[in-house]
Ligand binder design. Structure first.
Ligand code: NAD
Length: 393
């Protein structure tokens, strides 16, 4: 696979390109030019404060050269600011720029910025164009592809304590273009790099069902270069994972709950993972509690292990599937066990609140063989408990 590369998401008139490779930010120019020719006069850039300023400056220069007036809103992302208040603040800012229905939003940041900016674009004036420029590995291989946007909602438990419901509010809103400039990853912290690798490993675990059976073997064969973050290997890793995600989205754009082989399979590891991701004291390293809470990819890594072990109880999945996963996570320095988990009853109750649950039951994604998963609608709590016990330390 050559680099840079372009992957097209096949969604008919909502289809779009994903330009991947070092320096691919230059692909903004033709798309913004064509938007300008169609009447766009403003661009609203939502930028992640962690991204080196030269990338924002490059976008500003491109816009200004074309004749677009640029306004910028900066976000310092954490799950606790992925809220209705931040969303409202962005709406207020975009409205004050006089942004019209044909003017683009540009998201330059990780998954939190992409999800929030995406929902602003989905809802402001009932929908305006958005260009996603993901800047973390996780947002490159997952969040920026497929049009899921939104924010978290906080509710109260019966005892009045707060409970964060991840991504509970949102909309499907496909981008017009995704620009995945690999150069931006140079400044990304190692822990966030690993978090992105967790989503890549997840893709490998479902890839057989989407005609990418070679994905896991390719990642294992190139793991040393991937761990070293060699640009060529990372470009190819991103291209291969984006191609997988694009296939899934093209087959099932809106995560049809009746479709057993569709987009829901991307939630492998997530129903278990979401149950533990919002527990504030959990750390990915048993010797360093200060690393709490878990990052999204760390929770997904643990969730995938729990799902494999639960599937061993549920339908005698061969332990070799979970064993291979654990050894891969170990090599990448992602957790496969976590200290301080609450009781299984508490965790299963948290799973029931995940938005992938259906009323009164927990729906999970279990592997049925290496590289292939299926949706299980009414998971037996004893199997879920076996999964959580396997990641407890
Ligand atoms: N929409 C989807 O389909 C989808 C899929 C997966 C995850 N998500 C969401 O994505 C979010 C997680 O995204 P994330 O892992 O990108 O985390 P993030 O958005 O929290 O960013 C992680 C950190 O990296 C910093 N950062 C971003 N780019 C950087 C760069 N180039 N250099 C240095 N620092 C940089 C950010 O400032 C932040 O501190 C979660 O909220 C999750 O729910 C959405």
């Amino acid at each position: 696979m050559s680099s840079p590369s372009t992957v097209h998401v096949q969604l008919g008139d909502r289809g779009y390109d994903i330009a991947i490779g070092p320096g691919s930010l230059k692909h903004l120019h033709p798309t913004l030019t064509s938007m300008h020719q169609s009447g766009a006069r403003n661009a609203f850039v939502v930028v992640d404060s962690g991204v080196p300023t030269r990338f924002l400056e490059a976008i500003e220069r491109t816009c200004e050269a074309i004749g677009l007036k640029v306004s910028t809103a900066t976000i310092t992302p954490t799950e606790s600011i992925k809220t209705i208040e931040t969303y409202q603040d962005l709406l207020t800012q975009i409205a004050s720029t006089g942004h019209s229905r044909v003017d683009p939003v540009i998201a330059l940041g990780g998954g939190i910025v992409g999800d929030l900016a995406g929902f602003v674009a989905a809802s402001y004036r009932r929908g305006v164009p958005i260009i996603q420029c993901p800047t973390t590995l996780l947002s490159m291989v997952d969040a920026s592809v497929g049009g899921k946007t939104g924010f978290n909602l906080q509710i109260s438990n019966a005892d009045g304590s707060p409970k964060l419901l991840k991504n509970l509010v949102g909309a499907f809103w496909q981008p017009d273009l995704v620009i995945t400039d690999i150069d931006v990853l140079d400044s990304l912290e190692a822990r966030y790099r690993r978090s992105g690798l967790a989503e890549c490993i997840k893709h490998g675990c479902i890839a057989h069902g989407f005609n990418h059976p070679e994905l896991m073997d390719w990642m294992i064969a190139n793991l040393d270069q991937i761990i070293a973050f060699e640009p060529q290997a990372i470009s190819e890793l991103v291209s291969r994972n984006v191609a997988l995600k694009a296939s899934v989205v093209a087959a099932d754009e809106r995560e049809d709950t009746s479709m057993q082989g569709g987009r829901m399979l991307l939630n492998f590891g997530h129903t278990f993972g979401h149950a533990i991701e919002t527990i504030a004291h959990l750390s990915p390293n048993k010797d360093d509690p200060s690393l709490a809470p878990l990052h999204h990819g760390e929770a997904v890594a643990l969730g995938m292990v729990a799902a494999c072990r639960a599937a061993e109880s549920a339908h005698n999945l061969s332990p070799t599937v979970g064993d291979e996963l654990v050894s891969l996570l170990d090599r990448v320095a992602l957790p496969s066990r976590v200290p301080g988990l609450p009781s299984n009853d508490d965790l299963i109750e948290r799973m029931g609140h995940d938005k992938k649950a259906t009323a009164g039951s927990v729906r999970v994604i279990y592997p049925i063989q290496r590289g292939k998963c299926e949706v299980f609608a009414d998971a037996d709590p004893s199997h879920l408990a076996a999964g959580f016990d396997a990641i407890r330390c």
